[in-house]
Design a protein around this ligand. Structure first.
Ligand code: TNX
Length: 674
C-alpha cells in the first residue's frame, strides 16, 4: 500500500512538465559536482523546515539517510523528500532524476546506484552543513528538474594499504568520502613487498610473517620509515566483510588486489619456496633480500594461490579480482632452470609471455569461482594474456593506452594525471616520477587529445585515481591529514572526469563550482583538503664552493665531483647499503655565513629510502676537529649555523637501510634574503 503510493508520487515526478522554465543549465549556480547532464530551473522554490521528513521504501537507503535527515517509515503530512528506485526509468545504469517542486522533492534512481547518486546530488542542493549530519535548519532549494547519468561505469580510486597500514576506520572514511563524489569502485591494494594485509585462515603464516616489518630479527626489514621498530598490521576477514557491506551501501564495489607475480616479498618471507631456486647474492645488499617474484614453473605455487583466492572470493563479491602484473623483475626467471625450460618448451620469445603464462594460470583459478581478472598494463605486453582481463593502464603516455587499442577493457589511471601520490607543486611532499600532478592537470585529461582512436575510446571502461603509500608512513606522522591533503581536491576532478561527458567538462566552470561551493562541502565533510601551495621556506638558496666526500664506494666515478659542483640535485647512488661508521662530508672553501640554514638529506629527496636510517651530524671549524650538532631523523636534519663551520659531516649509526644502496645528496643551504 505504502509503496504503491510512493510509486504514484514518483511517477508524477517523472511526468512533471516544465513549460515555463526560467533558466537552462543553471547547474553552475548550484555548484553541483560532478556536473550533472541536464538541469532545468523551473521557477519558485521548495522551503525545507526542521519539521520536514524523508521517506524511502528502500531500507538500506533509509538507514543511510538517517544520518542526514529525519527519516520516517511511512508517508505522512510532514513527508517532504521522497527517494525511490524505479527500474522503468529510461536511463542508463546509475541514472537518476530529481524534481524539486514547492510541495516537495523527489529523487528517483533507475537502480540502487542511481538512487544513491541522486541522494548525493540532493545533499549538494542543501547548505554544506548538511554533511555534519542531522540537518534540521530552514533552507530553500530552487525548483528544478534534473536528469543525470554517468559517462563511465568505472569511476574508481585505489588505495595502497600494503606500504603503509591504514586503520580499518580510515578505510571506512575513505569510502564514505569517495561515495559523496559518486566514485563507485575502491581498488584495494592489499599486498606488496612491504606487507601482506589480509587474513587468510588456511595460511595464518601469511599475516604472522608478512604483516610486519622491522624490529629485531623480523624476516621483513624496515623500509620507508619506522626504522628499528616492528611496524604493520592486517585486516581480519570479518573487517573486510564489513568494509564490503559498508561500501555496497555507498554504491562502491571493493576490488581486492593480490599483486602477482612480482612485488611478492612479503609472502616470500613466509614461503621462500615460491621463489625460483636461484642463488641470491646477499653480500651486496647487507643481508637484504630483494627477490620477490614467484617461480612460474613450480606447480605447488598454484595450489597455494588456489588456497588464497578460494578465501578471497568468499570475502569480496566483486566481478573482478585484481591480480597485479606490474614491474616484474624477470632476472630470476632467466636464471631459473625450470622457468627457462618452460619458456623454451612454450616457444616464448619475450619474458612478458612467461608473465602472462603465470597470470593465465591464476585466471583459471578465478574462473573456477566465476571471477574475472584485472591486471596492470605490463601484463598485456606479451600478447598472450587472456582477453577476459581488464587492464589498468598506469604508465605514462601511450603505454597506458595500448591495451585499449588491443581490445582489452581498460581502466585509465595514468600516473601523470591520476596518481595522487605525486606531488602537487615542486616543493611539496610527494613522489615525482610522473611529475607534478595538479588538480587542473587531472581534470584536463581528454582521451582524444591523448591519441586514443575512436575504437580504443570505446574500450575505456572508466578512470581511476591511485594513492600509493610509500610516503604516508612518514608524512602521516608529520601531518595527520596527509591522506586528505593528497586526495582532495584532486578526487573532485577525477570524479568529474569519470562522470561528466567530455564536451561539458570545462576547467573554468569546474574551478568556480569547486571554489564557490564544493570546498565548503569538503570542509563540512571534515576533509582537510589542500588549500593551494604551501609557503616556501624563507631565505635564498646559495651554492658556496664545496667538496663532497664519503666513505661509501660510488656507482659512477665522477658522481662526487658533480655533487661538489652543485650539478646533481637528484643525488648519486652508492654501490652498497650503509654500514655503521659510514660518513658523508661537505667541506666548504669558506666558513658558512652565520645564520645560514642547512638542510641535510640522505637517501632520495622525495622518498625515505636509500638513506642513513640513523646518524649523527657533526660540524667543524677547521675540517679536523668535529663536534656534535644534531641527529638524523628519517635520514634528514636541519642545522642553523651558529658557530664557525667549514665542514659538515653525517655519520651513519646503523648497518643496512632495506635497500642495496645509499643515495648521497648535496645539502641545501639557505641564507637570509638581503
Ligand atoms: C609504481 S603503479 C608502482 C607502485 C608504486 C608507484 C609509486 C604500479 C602498478 N606500480 O608499486 O607504489 O609506482 O607511484
Amino acid at each position: 500500500m505504502k509503496s504503491s503510493k510512493v510509486l504514484i508520487l514518483l511517477a508524477l515526478a517523472l511526468v512533471v512538465c516544465v513549460p515555463d522554465a526560467v533558466a537552462k543549465g543553471g547547474a553552475g549556480d548550484l555548484g553541483l559536482l560532478p556536473l550533472p547532464r541536464e538541469v532545468e530551473l523551473t521557477g519558485g522554490e521548495f522551503c525545507y523546515t526542521p519539521e520536514a521528513t524523508l521517506y524511502t521504501p528502500n531500507d538500506t537507503l533509509a538507514h543511510y539517510l538517517a544520518d542526514y535527515f529525519e527519516v520516517q517509515n511511512t508517508i505522512g503530512p510532514s513527508t517532504a523528500i521522497m527517494v525511490g528506485i524505479n527500474p522503468s526509468l529510461d536511463l542508463p545504469a546509475e541514472g537518476y532524476t530529481i524534481d524539486v517542486r514547492p510541495e516537495g522533492v523527489w529523487v528517483s534512481g533507475v537502480d540502487y546506484g542511481g538512487a544513491f547518486c541522486g541522494v548525493q546530488t540532493l545533499l549538494q542542493l542543501f547548505p554544506p552543513e548538511v554533511y555534519e549530519g542531522a540537518f534540521r535548519s530552514e533552507c530553500t532549494i530552487p525548483c528544478l528538474h534534473l536528469t543525470d547519468w554517468p559517462e563511465y561505469s568505472y569511476r574508481g580510486m585505489h588505495f595502497d594499504v600494503a606500504r603503509t597500514f591504514s586503520p580499518f576506520e580510515e578505510l571506512l572514511r575513505y569510502v564514505d568520502n569517495l561515495s559523496r563524489h559518486k566514485i563507485n569502485t575502491l581498488h584495494l591494494h592489499l599486498v606488496d613487498d612491504e606487507g601482506w594485509r589480509i587474513e587468510i585462515l588456511s595460511h595464518p603464516e601469511l599475516t604472522e610473517v608478512g604483516a610486519w616489518r622491522g624490529g629485531e630479527g623480523n624476516p621483513l626489514h624496515s623500509v620507508y620509515g619506522r626504522w628499528g621498530e616492528r611496524y604493520g598490521g592486517y585486516y581480519t576477514q570479518e573487517q573486510m566483510r564489513q568494509l564490503v557491506a559498508y561500501a555496497a551501501v555507498r554504491n562502491i564495489v571493493v576490488v581486492p588486489e593480490i599483486d602477482l607475480p612480482g612485488h611478492s616479498l612479503a609472502i616470500a618471507k613466509a614461503h621462500p619456496e615460491i621463489l625460483c631456486p636461484v642463488e641470491k647474492d646477499l653480500t651486496r645488499t647487507a643481508g637484504y633480500d630483494t627477490s620477490n617474484v614467484w617461480c612460474v614453473a613450480r606447480e605447488e605455487n598454484y595450489a597455494l594461490l588456489e588456497d588464497i583466492f578460494a578465501e578471497l572470493v568468499e570475502i569480496f563479491p566483486s566481478e573482478y579480482i585484481h591480480i597485479g602484473g606490474d614491474e616484474v623483475q624477470m632476472g630470476s626467471w632467466r636464471k631459473c632452470p625450470h622457468c627457462s625450460a618452460l619458456y623454451k618448451a612454450q616457444g616464448y620469445t619475450d619474458y612478458h609471455q612467461l608473465e602472462a603464462h603465470f597470470l593465465n594460470r591464476v585466471v583459471e583459478i578465478l574462473g573456477r569461482y566465476g571471477r574475472k581478472p584485472a591486471v596492470w598494463n605490463e601484463a598485456a605486453n606479451g600478447g598472450n594474456l587472456t582477453t577476459t582481463a581488464r587492464v589498468h593502464g598506469w604508465e605514462a603516455g601511450r603505454k597506458a593506452a595500448r591495451s585499449a587499442e588491443r581490445g582489452f577493457r581498460t581502466v585509465f589511471m595514468s600516473g601523470p594525471y591520476f596518481y595522487f601520490d605525486m606531488r602537487q607543486s615542486d616543493d611539496e611532499p610527494g613522489h615525482n616520477w610522473a611529475g607534478v600532478v595538479t588538480t587542473q592537470k587531472c581534470y584536463s585529461y581528454r582521451l582524444a587529445e591523448q591519441g586514443f582512436s575512436k575504437a580504443a575510446q570505446a574500450n575505456v571502461e572508466g578512470f581511476s585515481g591511485a594513492f600509493w603509500t610509500e610516503l604516508l608512513v612518514v608524512h602521516g606522522e608529520q601531518n595527520p591529514h596527509y591522506i586528505d591533503y593528497q586526495l582532495y581536491p584532486r578526487v573532485c576532478a577525477l570524479a568529474e572526469v569519470g562522470w561528466t561527458d567530455e564536451p561539458r567538462r570545462q576547467w573554468g566552470d569546474f574551478e568556480s563550482r569547486l571554489e564557490g561551493h564544493h570546498l565548503a562541502r569538503l570542509e563540512s565533510m571534515g576533509i582537510h583538503y589542500r588549500q593551494g601551495e604551501p609557503p616556501q621556506p624563507e631565505g635564498k638558496v646559495v651554492c658556496p664552493k664545496m667538496e663532497c666526500r664519503t666513505s661509501l664506494p660510488m656507482r659512477n666515478e665522477g658522481d662526487l665531483a658533480k655533487l661538489s659542483a652543485w650539478a646533481n640535485d637528484y643525488g648519486a647512488r652508492a654501490k652498497r647499503t650503509c654500514r655503521e661508521g659510514d660518513w658523508i662530508e661537505y667541506r666548504f672553501a669558506e666558513p658558512l655565513p652565520m645564520g645560514a640554514v642547512v638542510e641535510l638529506t640522505t637517501g632520495y629527496r622525495h622518498v625515505t629510502r636509500g638513506l642513513f636510517p640513523s646518524g649523527v651530524v657533526e660540524v667543524s671549524g677547521d675540517g679536523a676537529d668535529f663536534s656534535s650538532a644534531g641527529t638524523l631523523y628519517n635520514g634528514r636534519a636541519t642545522l642553523t649555523i651558529d658557530t664557525s663551520t667549514k665542514s659538515i659531516r653525517i655519520r651513519c649509526t646503523t648497518t643496512g637501510n632495506g635497500d642495496p644502496y645509499v643515495f648521497v645528496q648535496q645539502p641545501v643551504v639557505r641564507v637570509e634574503k638581503l
